[in-house]
Design a protein around this ligand. Sequence first.
Ligand SMILES: *Cc1c(COP(=O)(O)O)cnc(C)c1O
Ligand SMILES: *[C@@H]1O[C@H](CO)[C@@H](O)[C@H](O)[C@H]1NC(C)=O
Length: 349
Amino acid sequence: MASGMCASTVVLLAMVPRGGHIVTTTDCYKETRMFIETFLPKLGITPTLIDASDIAGLQAIVNNHEVSMFFTESPTNPFLRCVDIKLVSEICHKRGTLVCIDGTIATPLNQKALALGADLVIQSATKYIGGHNDVLAGCISGSMKLVSEIRIMHNLLGGTLSPKAAYLLIWGIKTMHLRVKQQNSTTLRMARVLEAHPKVFYTPSVSLSAISGRKLMLPLLLPRATTGRVYYPGLPSHPEHHIAKRKMTYFGGLVTFETTIKFIDSLKIPYIATSFGGCESFVDQPAARNWDVPRDERLKYGLKDNLVRFSFGVEDFDDLKADILQALDTIPTKTSLYSHQNGVVSDKN
Ligand SMILES: *Cc1c(COP(=O)(O)O)cnc(C)c1O
Ligand SMILES: *[C@@H]1O[C@H](CO)[C@@H](O)[C@H](O)[C@H]1NC(C)=O
């Protein structure tokens, strides 16, 4: 398909009937969430959002409603939450609910969602499958029966892969196993370094709107010793590390963590860009990418201004490590208040 978004929207339009019910997770790729939350309701489709680990919640929803599909990423973007695909598939299948996993972040090498019980898997091939940040593509896998139904919707809507994009995918996919292995290694090693680093901060957001009557958020920076957060399924501190260990071969090349945004500007190797999964490292500030979402709303999804998502490429580990450490070093030790210089994203951006 022409893109990952084409794959997810075609699956949803083909598989969820008018008046249907769909369950998805709160942590989710932004455009997918927009489609589910703002477009599907126009077709009379009800979305329910649950936390990735809320198995009891999923059970209650599928038992009490006729749910057409449980649609989720695993790992999710940007917090890399992992869903127990085997367990959710068992729960959903008892009630005739389809399970569709967006496995983009895992890659098809890392996670065999169909073998674990999912009915459908989608991939944004724009990321690791293409692997060179030069092509948009997507794909859908599943049984012949389901894919044939989906193919009809795909033909109706268009979104066909161009020959040039297909050619770039044929090039890119040849090295996917090498890239993914290297990215796993670099990312796990760097995630451990970051988790132990004093400049990786935990910043609880304190809303002063009640006091001042204005929408003013004042996040306080506390040293990592309090509760530093690095979100990576390969770290024992990750809430679904036990699930990731069971279902994933590698833990992937994305890591999300909290620091100050000065960090991003001090980096020399990665591009500041929103995509991921290519040979070049990318760094991204999810709050800036969601500038059109009011801050209170962003915070509901945990998208603090100082959240950083790093996609490791295939550059030399020591070069990347040196670059990240020098960028962390530029953050003053006694950062106590969060200022505009540190990259607060205004609602009026
Ligand atoms: C990038 C991405 C998409 C959308 O893919 P495009 O190819 O950019 O349209 C969907 N889901 C996830 C998890 C992604 O990372
Ligand atoms: C992933 O990388 C880590 C760190 O280098 C390594 O210990 C581990 O063996 C790698 N995993 C696989 C499956 O290669």
